[in-house]
Design a protein around this ligand. Structure first.
Ligand code: PLP
Ligand code: COI
Length: 339
């Protein structure tokens, strides 16, 4: 297989069109058989539900080239089930979970030349998404939907790769207590756009949102969960209004079963931030991006791991996770799907 002529090592996290996307339409109450398409634009009514009322949900997962040259994906079954929950929350029909996995494997296979080579530092990002496509003017769910998966080769989510990032305790709220913070819907990201541009203008990499009800507890950033290390403990947030990150759930398992750490998933008061030794953002796009500093309205929390490199325990978690994804370390049963 000849790979595309791309400078893989210098890719950012940007969209590059590949050969094929997967598409399936939902009409008259059922999904069609689905197909691969070379068409990367979509034509729809100006009054489509997604355009007027943002009825859209999505997922993110990656395909990797392993050390021995296979192409694999990581836990797509969990993306399938999370997307079904997201869809249900927005009154959309779920794309069947077994078909989701099959479509992931098919679309990666069709774009094999775009899957970055082992050791290049890049990976292939897959973006499954579903949206209401027919015209709706009164506020109600659509009747017809489209499910697609686009693929694009990507580099690190944060410029500078493994350099620690600086977070700002957000001035805005991300998710209401009984709202949509726990699902992956476009609307959660639309509301974050002003907040992230504001944070960038002030020189921060991302916002760390506190809980909306009391603004005293840590939740997550706009695009990743947050993890902390203290002593031999791996500490993460328990909250009904954060996205249940597949990376974070995987790291909890890795911390306990591969690295012999104690795992705590619990509420984390903002006041406790200064007691942690290391911090990181975790997600499909972020992988584990180390956090060097958090600024809470003038109060600076600088982690002892510093602004130059990942803390030592974060590094072990990163090496084990990516080792499993790239086939250097044996994966737990069922985590790796070969393409
Ligand atoms: N939290 C938010 C808000 C996200 O957008 C993402 C990205 O998917 C995550 C967390 C990480 O989730 P995952 O590890 O499943 O990619
Ligand atoms: C992902 O990690 O897959 C996401 O969807 C996060 C997004 C901010 C790119």
């Amino acid at each position: 297989m000849t790979k595309q002529n791309i400078d893989w090592g210098n890719l950012g996290f940007n969209y590059i069109r590949t050969d094929k996307s997967y598409v399936s339409d939902y009409r008259n109450g059922s999904w069609d058989e689905g197909h691969l398409t070379p068409e990367h634009t979509i034509t729809m009514s100006e009054c489509a539900c997604v355009l007027q009322y943002s009825q859209s949900v999505f997922e993110g997962l990656k395909a990797y080239t392993t050390e021995d040259g296979r192409i694999v994906t990581f836990r797509p079954d969990l993306n399938a089930s999370r997307m079904a929950s997201s869809a249900a929350w927005l009154e959309m029909p779920a794309f069947p979970e077994d078909r989701f996995i099959d479509a992931v494997l098919r679309v990666v296979r069709a774009n094999e030349s775009w899957v970055p080579p082992y050791g290049s530092g890049a990976t292939m990002y897959l973006r499954p998404f579903e949206f209401g496509i027919n015209s709706v003017i009164g506020v109600k769910p659509a009747d017809d939907y489209q499910f697609r998966i686009l693929t694009t080769p990507v580099g690190p989510y944060f410029k500078g790769g493994a350099k620690p990032v600086t977070l700002k305790i957000a001035d805005f709220d991300r998710a209401a207590p009984r709202g949509t913070g726990h699902i992956k819907a476009g609307l959660n990201y639309a509301m974050s756009l002003h907040a992230i541009q504001q944070a960038h203008r002030e020189g921060f990499n991302e916002n760390l949102y506190p809980d909306s009800a009391t603004r005293t507890k840590v939740e997550e950033t706009g695009g990743a969960n947050i993890i902390f290390i203290r002593d031999n403990k791996f500490i993460t947030v328990a909250s009904p209004s954060i996205l249940p990150s597949i990376t974070r759930r995987s790291l909890e398992y890795i911390a306990e079963h591969y690295l012999g750490m104690e795992v705590e998933e619990r509420e984390i008061p903002l006041e406790e931030l200064s007691e942690f030794e290391e911090a990181g953002l975790c997600g499909t796009a972020a992988v584990i991006s180390p956090v060097g500093k958090i600024v809470d309205h003038g109060r600076e929390i600088c982690f002892p791991s510093g602004m130059e490199k990942m803390g030592p325990k974060t590094q072990k978690l990163y090496d084990t996770l990516t080792g499993i994804q790239m086939g250097r370390i044996e994966a737990p049963e069922g985590w790796i799907y070969e393409v």
